[in-house]
Design a protein around this ligand. Structure first.
Ligand code: T4K
Length: 371
């Protein structure tokens, strides 16, 4: 056995303990633990300058952030989205009483195919919810053009795209709104958390109210809102982690480049290499295995790794349209590219502190799985 402990798909980044202790010390003075306190305001400010945006709202997690944007925008009708994502994207649409319509993805970067989106727009369509999956940027210009022509909102699920930029512009700047997840498994985490960046300043008070029970004043409640506020301990974690995030991404770059060096050009292996003009964040390491050429199925590679206590994940299999909870509602045969990728993808272990020796070992096992 190579390792005493398993290698998991990811491992949370954490600041030095003393740094976090110093950051939370003032909470023992103020006794102010949640409801938009001092740490909350500071993290918002830090993120505004990090992302280069004017408008941001913090949330208890990325999923609640998505639900709140839908509420604050007052959307109803159909939302065109991708079946190739985490449950959250479609669940947010359905839980808010809207109807998801699945468009297919592109075979090169797995993001929504604008041509497929365009074909599905009808009179009931109110919005497009594309996903910058794995941190790969969607075709934001084509999607903006479709939205403009049909009067649709664009809400990006940018859960994976923190710190991703195109020609120096943050992913946060595209669409009407972008949701970021700050979950423990993300490039930047606040333990649990999320944020929405948005272009219309009129959304600011609405998001604040929707995440706080719809309260609009000490004696007035105007919306049936929930509770989706980020607390002070999570905000403090974010303040600390943000100081180290560039360094973390740089370490991830070395890990990703080692994987690509080892796997690029292997017949039947499809990698997700950086897109032209895009500064990546190396959030995930997806590999698509084409069985015929590679000589093993995705599931055989998965089993070979698991047998050695290496835990990759099948992000994102099954397609959302194939979930048991949506049985009978959708037909994944209508999104053949998404189905092809979901049946063949494996996301390999990827985190800042993964050693290059371990990357080599993972690659040895992957390549050794061939018949
Ligand atoms: N949209 C998209 C496209 C998303 O991917 C997500 C979340 C969302 C929306 C919603 O955002 P949030 O509401 O979550 O902020 C994980 C995450 O829980 C989830 O945040 C993430 N996407 C999804 C892709 O992955 P699981 O069920 O696979 O997580 P789990 O518990 O199996 O953890 C995976 C690995 O991460 C573990 O093997 C080890 C490591 N880990 C995990 C935890 C919980 C840590 O190192 N530390 C930890 O604290 O969903």
């Amino acid at each position: 056995m190579h390792h005493a402990t398993p290698i998991l798909v990811t491992r949370s980044s954490m600041p030095p303990l003393e740094e976090y202790e110093a950051e939370i010390a003032s909470l023992w003075e103020s006794h102010w633990l949640t409801n938009m306190g001092e740490k909350h305001h500071q993290l918002e400010q830090d993120l505004r300058s990090f992302l280069g945006v004017d408008h941001i709202a913090l949330f208890v997690n990325g999923h609640s952030a998505l639900e709140c944007v839908i509420e604050a925008m007052g959307l109803s009708g159909k939302v065109i989205t991708t079946p190739y994502s985490f449950a959250s994207t479609t669940h947010a649409i359905v839980r808010k009483g809207l109807t998801p319509v699945f468009a297919d993805i592109k075979p090169d970067d797995y993001t929504l195919d604008p041509a497929c989106v365009e074909r599905l727009v009808d009179d009931e369509t109110c919005a497009i919810m594309p996903v910058h999956v794995y941190g790969n940027l969607c075709d934001v210009d084509a999607l903006a053009e479709i939205a403009r022509r049909h009067g649709l909102k664009v809400i990006y699920d940018a859960a994976h795209a923190f710190a991703v930029e195109r020609d120096g512009i943050s992913a946060a700047a595209f669409g009407d709104a972008s949701m970021f997840s700050f979950h423990a498994t993300k490039v930047f985490n606040t333990v649990e958390g999320g944020a929405v960046c948005f272009s219309d300043p009129a959304l600011a008070p609405l998001l604040e109210q929707w995440k706080n029970f719809g309260i609009t004043g000490t004696e007035s409640v105007e919306y049936v809102g929930g509770n989706a506020k980020m607390n002070e301990f999570c905000a403090a974690m974010g303040i600390c982690n943000l100081r180290h995030v560039r360094e973390e991404i740089e370490k991830r770059r070395h890990v990703a480049e080692r994987y690509w060096e080892r796997l690029e050009g292997v017949p039947g292996v499809r990698l997700s290499l950086p897109q032209p003009g895009v500064t990546p964040n190396y959030a995930y390491l997806p590999v698509v295995f084409e069985e015929g050429e590679f000589g093993a199925t995705r599931d055989e590679v998965y089993e070979a790794l698991m047998a050695l206590d290496i835990h990759p994940r099948k992000y994102f299999y099954p397609l959302i349209s194939d979930y048991a909870c949506y049985e009978g509602r959708f037909d994944s045969a209508l999104t053949p590219v998404a189905r092809h990728v979901a049946d063949r993808v494996l996301t390999l272990p990827m985190y800042a502190d993964l050693s290059l020796e371990d990357v080599d070992w993972v690659c040895d096992v992957v390549l050794g799985a061939r018949r």
